[in-house]
Unconditional design. Structure first.
Length: 72
């Protein structure tokens, strides 16, 4: 079974050439969908250090992302 969360980019810290740290937190409001996700995931934090420039660029504009966790 996979678990899906909806998160927003709370922090982007750039290190050197298009790589760095990204912090995502659960969404809290702004839409009915966000309120529904917040009801089941009211707190948390996902922190990623990304060395892939193409991947890092996806987060520079901030925004919201779906995060799917599936057992490997």
């Amino acid at each position: 079974m996979a678990v899906k969360a909806k998160m927003f980019v709370a922090e982007v810290t750039k290190y050197g050439n298009d790589c760095g740290k990204v912090v995502l937190n659960p969404v809290t409001g702004g839409s009915d969908e966000n309120k529904e996700f917040w009801k089941y995931t009211p707190a948390g934090k996902l922190e990623l250090n990304i060395d892939n420039p193409d991947a890092f660029k996806q987060f520079e504009g901030m925004g919201e992302f779906y995060v799917t966790l599936e057992k490997a």
